[in-house]
Design a protein around this ligand. Structure first.
Ligand SMILES: C[S@@+](CC[C@H](N)C(=O)[O-])C[C@H]1O[C@@H](n2cnc3c(N)ncnc32)[C@H](O)[C@@H]1O
Length: 223
């Protein structure tokens, strides 16, 4: 396992020969075709930066990554579980991911994964309406990857409902989902202005070339 000196180290996230990986919570099984690697009898899953935006952000040199062992996460736009499977590895059996997804068809695809990984709880709901799932507990982190025009507002609204004091958020901003006519840099600036009303910005990276025209923010709730 390399302790790559150019890369910041985070709990339960590994660089193996310059490739990002998480320790497989369910050894012997991969989730989206990613490679499994064994080191000293421990199994890791490579975390593909072209399939998962937090992985792309880590490759791009993110300096803050607030998810760790036992984290409680509210995940907006969990889809079929590619990224959440790695979050599930990182948080381990004592953490939990509440995964909101609006599409019933997509949600159905994550059900076998959630059956195996007990720390993923998929919820069919609209992330614009947190009152629909107001029963969930307070969380340490809200993660948003919903690709809708009002994604920053939706992140803030959910954070007001569920994020603990001093909690963190991360958001993948897809420039083209917000305004195709604007330059991505302009969109990132405008979203930053919105997010700064509620959060302090800890980190920002652009995800190109892994994800075209995407920016990634790491945020901390203002006290
Ligand atoms: C870019 S995909 C998410 C990919 C996923 N985060 C991953 O990395 O594995 C965006 C997802 O957000 C969902 N979505 C869009 N609008 C939503 C809403 N209002 N509430 C909840 N989910 C929504 C879409 O159905 C889609 O599955």
């Amino acid at each position: 396992m390399s302790k790559n000196k150019n890369r910041k180290q985070f709990e339960n996230i590994f660089w193996i020969k310059d490739k990002l990986a998480t320790q497989n919570l369910i050894p012997g099984k991969n989730v989206y075709g990613e490679r499994l690697i064994k080191k000293d009898n421990v199994e890791f899953r490579l975390w593909n930066p072209t399939r998962s935006k937090p992985a792309a952000a880590l490759y791009k040199g993110l300096n803050n990554f607030p998810i760790n062992k036992k984290s409680k996460i509210l995940y907006l736009g969990i889809a079929s579980g590619t990224t959440s499977s790695h979050f599930s590895d990182i948080i381990g059996r004592e953490g939990i991911i509440y995964g909101i997804e609006i599409s019933e068809r997509v949600l159905r695809e994550i059900l076998p994964l959630a059956k195996e990984r007990k720390n993923i709880m998929p919820i069919l709901a609209d992330a614009r309406m947190p009152e629909e799932y107001s029963w969930i507990e307070e969380v340490d982190i809200v993660y948003a990857d919903v690709a809708i025009p009002d994604m920053s507002e939706v992140l803030i609204r959910n954070s007001k409902f569920f994020l603990k004091d001093n909690g963190y958020a991360m958001i993948a901003i897809k420039s083209r989902s917000i305004d195709v006519s604007k330059k991505p840099q302009q969109v990132y600036k405008e979203e930053r202005d919105k997010l700064e009303k509620y959060f302090n910005v800890l980190d920002f990276v652009i995800l190109d070339p892994f994800e075209k025209d995407h920016g990634f923010f790491v945020l901390k709730k203002k006290s």
